[in-house]
Design a protein around this ligand. Sequence first.
Ligand SMILES: Cc1ncc(COP(=O)(O)O)c(C=O)c1O
Length: 304
Amino acid sequence: MRITKERSKRPSAVFFIGEPAGNVYTSGALRSRRRTRRSAARHPALRTFFSEASFSPMSSFPVSSPGRSPEEILRLRARHLGPSLSLSYRTPLKIVRGEGAYLFDETGRAYLDCVNNVCHVGHAHPRVVEAACRQMAVLNTNTRYLHDHLVDYAVRLTETLPEPLRVCFFVNSGSEANDLALRLARAHTGGTDVVVLDGAYHGNLSSLIDLSPYKFNGPGGAGAPPHTHVAPMPDPYRGPYRRDDPSAGAKYAAHVAEAVETVRASGRRLAAFFAEPILSCGGQIVPPEGFFRDAYAHVRAGGG
Ligand SMILES: Cc1ncc(COP(=O)(O)O)c(C=O)c1O
C-alpha cells in the first residue's frame, strides 16, 4: 500500500490509500472497495459501519458513467462558476462518491477523508440515506405546521443536553446556526461587540465573515470590523504558553479578558464570545485545560 499526503489550503490533510486503479471505473472501484473493507475490518467502528452498509441497497447506488474529464470540468467551472470558489490541491480531485470515511475518485482510488466536515456519520451512511429518501417521498415543508417528527426530534435532542439547554431552533447549516446565535446574543445583551479567537472561521454569511479572522485577515479580506475583537489563538503547540505550562489555559483566557476590557473602555457593549471547541482552520488546535472555563467567566463578567 502506498501512502502519500498532500496539504490543502486549510491545514488538514488528505491521505491517498491504495494504488492507482486504472481507467476502468468499475473494476477500480471494486478493487478499492474491497481494500477499503479489508482495512475497515480491522477497526471496530468502521466494521459496524461497513457491515450495515453492505446490507443496504442504498449503499450501492451506481455512479453510472465516468462523466466529464477533469479538464472539461475545469473549463466549465471557469466559465460558469464564481472564481472565488477555490479548488483544493495542485491537481484537483474528481470525487464521484463517498462511503464511510472514504472518498473515491473517478478511477476508483480511495482517499481517507480528513477534510470533509459535511457528513458527520460518514459518507452515504445507509440509515441516513434511507431516512432522507423516505422523508423526501412523503413531505418536505417547514415548521409552520404541526408534525410529530419536529417535536420528537427536539425532545430526543434536548434529552442529551444539560440544563438549561432545552429550546431548539432548527437550521440548515453551521453558518445559519452561528448567525442566529449572534442575533440571540445581541437581542439578549443589547450589545453589538464580539470577542473571537485568531485564526477562527465561523461561516460564510457576511455577519460571520466579520467574526472570522481566517477570512477577514485572509486574501481579499478587509481586516477586523470595529465590533470584532481578536484574542490570540490558545495554541499550546506553537503559541506563547505551551503544554509544559500548567497555567497556559488561564494565561490565554487573560487575553480574552483584555479584549473584553477593550470593549468596555471604548464605550461599546459586549454581546458574545465566539469560539470553536477545537480550532479547525487554526490547525485543529485543542485549547489547554481551563481555557474555556476562564474565558467564559471573563466574558460573562463583561456582560456577554
Ligand atoms: C468551525 C466552523 N464553523 C462554521 C462553519 C460553517 O458551516 P456551514 O458550512 O455548514 O455553513 C464551518 C464550516 O466549515 C466551520 O468549520
